[in-house]
Ligand binder design. Structure first.
Ligand code: ATP
Ligand code: MG
Length: 560
């Protein structure tokens, strides 16, 4: 037996230490998306990490929309985000929250800071605040409004709330340290005036809290113990701790809520930036946020990825403090591994040419028993109709075969998968030299795919009955950007791959597949894994997306 060494990642080590030292009894994590777009594979990592930790330590996982910034947020995204998280299997039970529900508490918290002399209303414009802030090498300058009395600040802040000031004319700043080496601590803005309608609170507020002030309060209100975020927030952690300590939610930075940062997940050759995806959608290059060439969760689902495959992928990626990119092929490896045993292996002909079996009775149909998955008996078997006329792949026939071509050519005998040996006798071409029909004879004694006299054939090809097969559309995908040349052009535009989508409209699948439902997936033998397109497929016009081809040169890294 292999001895599995399970090492703990650095987040688990922090959590276990915090429990041991009594900072918390159990843990509570959260996933806090801004409802300003669709979730992508990177978010899946964050969701599964947060949910997985809560499960592992018998804790709780909260879902919270970080909707403190009304400019970009839309309710449409709230629904798509919820659906994606559910699909991934992360369960927030009854803990679905909105940061905007805490606006009153955030306001009170700001008042508390003012009363402690830890916040003041500033008259500086956004640009002036930037100027006064200094640089990495120069300290900041004191805000001329910093000397206001507590009373004056309280009354001005109340006036901000009451709508007496225009956008941008007043802000509330935390009083921390204008000479701090951490620029985030140089009296950061914590509230701004913005006369905007919020998707949940409507026009109740015309002042809104800034992320760095709001987020720790949201965590504290919900009893979050470990607030896991990505690396770009590392320099904001001292501010996160400052807010919590000044408001009395914890005494030391070691206490909870505690922010922990990890590296974002980046994939090679894919586009995750919302800005770029929006452009692709608007320019009609993709057919929506769920176009199967994208890596939004909705797109991965539509393409045919499973939650299990994404979970496996995220596990393989691991958790790290250093940014790096993961090969897209690893994601493909995970879906292949997941579907290999779970899905039936059916026959589909994507580029058909007709074969007539001259010695097969005209109106006969035989229902051949075919095992669904040779590696998984539990999937049972099915009946596949065999008739005098069948379709095979055009590339499985050659008039003049090169050496080592074992498929169909004049005079050669091959095995029709699960059916009979057939020998090619002749073929017909049209005026352009295109093969239109192939004639064969079959050996009735070879039913099931073996001959009683023990003679061997080297080639096995798949087929469907021309009479019973269902016509289907098949979509083949490549990366939306050119892999060789890189994702972006010099001018910053996307370097699009002109072959990212190939639509095949004259494909034939086994008759049962016309009844498949949206998202059902299958292996098409020798072709890959395919999934019923949820947007465009109908019983009359089935559409299948290729999730992934069968083979890859990708090797799993061995250091796991
Ligand atoms: P993007 O700009 O890519 O849409 P974001 O950070 O603006 O991402 P949010 O809605 O703010 O999106 O993020 C919600 C959570 O998902 C945050 O905790 C964030 O750290 C995490 N997250 C975002 N992108 C990634 C990624 N690539 N890998 C891991 N976690 C991510
Ligand atoms: Mg964001």
């Amino acid at each position: 037996m292999e001895n599995e060494i399970v090492s703990k990642n650095f987040i688990e080590q922090i959590i276990e230490k915090d429990i041991e030292e009594g900072h918390c009894e159990t843990i509570r994590t959260r996933f806090p998306p801004e409802p300003n777009g669709y979730l992508h594979i990177g978010h899946a990592k964050s969701i599964l990490l947060n949910y997985g930790l809560a499960q592992k330590y018998n804790g709780k996982f909260n879902m919270r929309f970080d909707d403190t910034n009304p400019t970009k947020e839309r309710s449409e995204f709230v629904e798509s985000i919820k659906a994606d998280i559910k699909w991934l299997g992360a369960d927030w039970e009854d803990r679905l929250f909105f940061a905007s529900d805490y606006f009153d508490q955030m306001y009170e918290a700001a008042v508390k800071l003012i009363k402690k002399g830890k916040a003041y209303v500033s008259d500086l414009s956004a640009e002036e605040i930037r100027e006064y802030r200094g640089t990495l090498t120069e300290p900041g300058k004191e805000d001329p409004s910093a000397g206001r009395s507590v009373e004056e600040n309280l009354s001005l802040f109340e006036d901000m709330k009451a709508g007496k000031f225009e956008d941008g004319s007043k802000v509330l700043r935390a009083r921390i340290d204008m000479s701090s080496s951490n620029i985030n601590l140089r009296d950061p803005v914590i509230y701004r005036v913005a006369h905007m309608t919020h998707h949940r609170t409507g026009d109740k507020w015309c002042i809104y809290p800034m992320y760095d002030f709001a987020h720790p309060i949201e965590d504290a209100i919900e009893g979050i113990t470990h607030s896991i975020c990505t690396l770009e927030f590392e320099d904001h952690r001292p501010l996160y701790d400052w807010v919590l300590m000044e408001l009395g939610y914890k005494d030391t930075p070691d206490g909870t809520p505690k922010q922990i940062e990890f590296a974002k997940l980046y994939l090679t050759n894919v586009v995750t930036g919302k800005r770029y995806i929006k452009r692709l959608v608007e320019d009609g290059i993709v057919d929506g946020w769920d176009d199967p060439r994208l890596v939004s969760i909705a797109a991965l689902r539509r393409r045919g990825f499973t939650p299990e495959s994404i979970k496996k992928f995220v596990e393989l990626c691991g958790i790290s403090k250093a940014n790096s990119s993961v090969d897209y092929a690893m994601l493909e490896y995970c879906i292949r591994e997941d579907l290999k045993m779970k899905r039936p292996r059916t026959m589909a002909v994507l580029d058909p040419v007709k074969v007539v079996i001259d010695n097969y009775p005209e109106d006969q149909v035989e229902y051949l028993e075919v095992v669904n998955n040779l590696e998984n008996e539990a999937l049972g078997s099915r009946k596949v109709p065999f008739t005098k006329e069948i379709f095979i792949e055009r590339e499985d026939f050659m008039e003049e075969p090169p050496k080592k071509y074992f498929r169909m050519f004049p005079g050669n005998e091959v095995r029709l998968m699960n059916a009979y040996f057939v020998k090619c006798e002749s073929f017909v071409k049209d005026e352009n030299g295109k093969v239109t029909e192939i004639h064969c004879t079959y050996d009735p004694a070879s039913k099931g795919g073996n001959s009683p006299d023990g003679r061997k054939v080297k080639g096995t090809i798949h087929w469907v009955s021309a009479k019973y097969a269902k016509k289907a559309e098949v979509r083949l995908y490549e990366n939306i950007v050119d892999e060789e040349l890189g994702v972006y052009n010099e001018d910053g535009s996307l370097n699009l791959n002109p072959n990212s989508l190939t639509v095949l409209t004259d494909c034939y699948v086994e008759p049962d597949l016309a009844d498949a439902k949206a998202y059902d997936s299958f292996q098409f033998v020798r072709q890959g894994f395919f999934c019923v397109d949820a947007k465009d497929s109908t019983k009359e016009h089935p559409v299948f997306n290729r999730i992934v081809s069968l083979k890859s040169s990708y090797k799993l890294p061995t250091n796991n």
